[in-house]
Every structure is written in structure tokens, then in C-alpha cells.
Ligand binder design. Sequence first.
Ligand code: WTA
Length: 659
Amino acid sequence: MADDTEDGEVELEARLAEQDTFEPSDAFVEQANVSDEGIYEEFEEPEAWERAANLLDWDEEYDQVLDDGDAPFYEWFTGGELNASYNCVDRHVENGRKNQAAIRWEGELGETRTYTYLDLYNEVNEFAAALRDMGVGEDDVVTLYMPMVPELPIAMLACARIGAPHSVVFAGFSADALATRMNAAESEYLVTCDGYYRRGDALNHKEKADEGLRGVEHDVETVVVDRLGDELTVFLGDHAHDYDELVDAHAGERVEPVSRDAEDMLFLMYTSGTTGEPKGVKHTTGGYLSYVSWTSHAVLDIEPEDTYWCSADIGWITGHSYIVYGPLSLGTTTLMYEGTPDYPERDRVWEMVDRYQVDQFYTAPTAIRAFMKWGSEYPAAHDLSSLRLLGTVGEPINPRAWKWYYKHIGDEDCPVVDTWWQTETGGMMVTTLPGVGEMKPGSAGPPLPGVSAEVVDVSGEPVGAGEAGYLVVTDPWPGMLRTLYDNDERFVSEYWSEYSDPDTDRWVYFPEDGAKIDEDGYITVLGRVDDVLNVSGHRLGTMEIESAIVGVPGVAEAAVVGGHHDVKGEAVYAYVITEDGSEGGEGLRAAIVEGVEEAIGPIARPEAVVFTPELPKTRSGKIMRRLLEDIANGEALGDTSTLRNPDIVDDIASRVEGD
Ligand code: WTA
């Protein structure tokens, strides 16, 4: 087996290594939703975004496409009214697609469920009726702390139907993380789950939810989905309802979709930033839904008859935009998978692509690197010819992984879209359009039509071709976040202060990513320039991890940085000073790992905990993270001359090597 892989790799290297640009096939271009280069020019005026809004059904036409009167608090499609659940469900039932599969779900152990658009319509209505009955009103935030079960998108759509914004908390996050988010959003309703499967084991999720609820400062009404049946019986307790019982009790009920103002909140999504407090990113109904619908159409090339698979978790923005809202608004079939990609075998994903005849596959570079490591014999054992398009998101993809994906998964016949975007942008911003122009492995591509992304230097001047700088966006776009929940001030200071000039009313969005641009305007995103790590495509704040570590008894101080990791992209390195100046030890190391898992979740688990008597600091007392990163990466150390304690650097480096 290993030999085969090696031969394949050698051949791939030889043939593809030299190739820097790739063209979509004529067959792809011919059928593509967007294939005319002129599209870039058409988007010179904000009015062009009507094209996105036209993909939706509006209850009330909007008066104005963009209202920039109170920048950076931009408003889109003002005066318009619509309902997201109507657009993702009802209209497809009305348009003769009621028997088409909307959601196809597969559990890790192989059980399957299919919801046609009519099934989805029924259950969304019934659960919406149940939520109303529980007292959920318009604009009440409902927290959804659920794994990848069909009831998660159903609950999202039920909330949207009654105008209650949802706040989904990733199921892998800890009890503490749930409590923080529910408190911040003052959310009085929680939908959760008894448990789910991971690598064949039944995990008790309800226990974590209960523990989280103990940290919530107000009363909460809870709904629990029974995913595990007899495998796990949970005690519901006061203020808790069984999902199935609720839906049964409301069987056949219909809830009129509430007409929401275009600018009304559709959902909140908490994400990590530079400071310890997660940021509640607010997305609205009209702009967000238009944007994800449009990008699903133009970039993912989704048609109603497709079976589309995004392997992200709905607990992150990628799942919101490109498992739920984008694909369902276009009336396609979206595939959801509960488990891990190597259970029971390393070909699980490819076996599913074949069995479901998947047309588009959208995943993260970290997954591609794992697939690569496992070997090309796994995809080779399956017929992947149903695939028409491949996509990646979440972190930079190195050309070698891009080419492996292109060859071994796409058979050199599927365009690969490398899509740069963020929780805050709502949807894709920088990527090639698969039916227009060439692809360059390692470079996401030009900004999408109508998106004015640039790469600038510290003074805000565009950098020359080949130079590194900072990515900025100079004009608003419909999918943009509108504010941070309950914190307009932080919204302005986090995103609009670096390069904006309020005196001349010039507002520039700063995503906190470094980037390069080439002579064709293709952008290569280099990674975060703030204190945010990207571990397996998951965004984690170093401050959040540090405060979890400092909370462990025996720890005096901690600094967290990212070090390169072959599969995860980045891994968490924690440098720790003990309270009594001792060397630390296994007990404390274990307590630190546990502390991080409790505060955030296993995704933030440190790869290495390095005990040190001191941290490298500047004379003004600032921790020199760059040096700690160099140490984590085993790289030559940068300038240490500004350090107050230069000797400590070699000392720490020797501790890491000895780790
Ligand atoms: C990174 C995920 C390079 C980037 C949708 C960004 C990328 C952060 C790419 C947002 C890409 C996302 N190439 N880097 N194609 N896509 N990123 O909010 O650093 O979880 O700022 O949104 O992921 O992560 P978030």
C-alpha cells in the first residue's frame, strides 16, 4: 500500500509540481451558474447586489439597496421584509419540490434519515409552534448547543420562522463556554441533545449542558433531543422538555412565517478575538441570506438537483452559511454527517461521496492534509466521478495539498475554490469563480465581484505585487456583520479603527489577516496577525486559553502561541510559570490540559506545556510572543536585543527541545 502511495506521489509531484495555474474544464464552464467574466464589471455599483437579493422571495420589496448614512453601521435592502425559513423551506414546497430531499443525514454508525422539503416544512412548523408555546417571542435569543443532528438545522429554521435569533454553540465547546455565551446573550432558551457518537463511543452531551446551565445567571427553558435512544437515558428535570414529545404535541400545526425587516437579526455567532471575551457577531436576515444564497450559487455552483456536501460542523459559521442557509435557500439537497472522517475506516468520506453521488464537496485544508497523510489508496478505492466541484475554507492551503485534492479527489476535472472569509463576513469574500478564470494553488484568488479587498501596508497604501501586507475591505457588502451584540463600540474599535478615517467618512474593514497579492490581483492569505490561533481550521483566542491556564491552581503566569503542525495547521503551545517557582511536573501539566478543556473544549488542548521560570519580555513588560512562536517552531530566533531578559530565550528553547 505504502509503495502505491509513494509512486502516486512521485508521479504527482513530477507532473503537477511545475504547474502554477489550472483552468476549469470546458464542460464545467458550459454548465456553470456563472461563467461570464463581465460579472466583475457588473458589480461596480452597490445596486448590483440586487442580483443576490433577487435569489430570494421578499414579502415586501426593499426601497434602497445600501444605506451608508451611518457608516460603519451599514444597512442593506432597507425597507424590505422577508422570512428566512420561508425562503429555505416553504417556497420549495410551493414550487413543486416537496418530495425532493432537503436534508440527508447520516449518523456515525451508519443510520440514515432523509427529510424531503415537505418533511422539513412539517417539522419546522411543529417545532416553531412548540417554541412559541414555550413563550419564545420575536427577538428572544434561543441558544442551540447541539451536535450534527438534523434537529439542529430544524431548530435554526424554526427560530427563523418566528423571528427569534439563534445562537449556536459548537457541541465540542465546554460547559463554561456555553454559560458565557448564554449569559452574554441573556438567552433564556436552550435546545440541546442527550448525546452523540464520536469514534463509535456514545458521548453524554446533556451532562455538559446541565453543568453549563448551572453557570447561567437567569432561568432557562430547555428542550432536549433524544439522539441516543436506549443507549443513554437522561433525566430531564424542571424546565426541560423532550423534543419528540413537543413535536408530537404540535403535530400538523402551522406557524405563519413572521415577516422580518431585512435588518432584523437572524442569528448571533460567538467567535474568538484578541481579548478574552468572545464576540457576539450579529447577522441580519436580508443581507446575510442574500449573500450566502448568491455565493452558494456563484461559487459552489449549486443547482436544486445537486447533492451537496460541506463537511464542516454547523456549530461554526461555515456550517451556518454553507450547510444550512445557502444550500437550502437554493432548494438543493444538503448532506449532513455526524461523525469523524476516519470511522470506521479512513475511506468513510469517499465511500459516502460515492454512495450519495455527491456533486460538490467543501472541506477544510486540515482535513485534506489528513486525507493526504492517510494515503491516496482510500479515495482511489471509490468512484468519485459524481463530483463536479471541490472547495476549501478555514485556513491557508499549501499548493501541495491543493494539488493532491485536485488530482486524487477531483481527478483533475473539478475546479477547486479556495474561499477566504470569516464569521464576520457572513460568506465568501476572496475566491476564484469556478466557471471564470484560472486557479492558482495556494492563492485564494481575486476578490469576488463587488468585494473590494485589497492588501495594504501599515499606512494603508496598497502594497506592490509579491509584497506582504494586511488584508482590508474598502467597501461594504451585504453579508457583513452589523455589530457585536450589545457592543457597538467594540464593533467599531475591533474592525473599523485601524485604517479608517472618520473625518473624511472613509471606513475600511480590517479582518486581521496578513496577505500577499500578485500581478493578476490574486490574493494569498497568510494567516492572522492578531492573537488568534487557527487550530484545525478552528478559531481560538490565545487570551482565552491563557486565562484558562492561569485559573489552574499552582500557575502564576502563562503565554500561549501557535506552532506549526503538519495536520492541524497550528497547534497550541503553552509556556507556563509556576506559582512557587518550581519546575512544574506531570500532575500540573495534566491539570492545565484539563483546565483548558473545561474552559473551552478539547479543540484547545495544548500540544505542549513548557514550564519556564520566566517569559521573554520587552523592557516595558510585554511578552514577546514572536520569540515564543520561533521556539515552538524550532526556528532561528529573531532579534532578542530589546528583551529585558535575553538569556531566558535559550533556556526556554532547550526546555522545548527536551520536551
Ligand atoms: C482564516 C471561517 C486562508 C483566516 C470561515 C480568517 C483562511 C479566519 C481561509 C476566519 C482561506 C479562512 N485561506 N485563511 N481560504 N478561510 N481563513 O471566523 O485567518 O472561523 O480570518 O471563519 O480563518 O475564521 P472563522
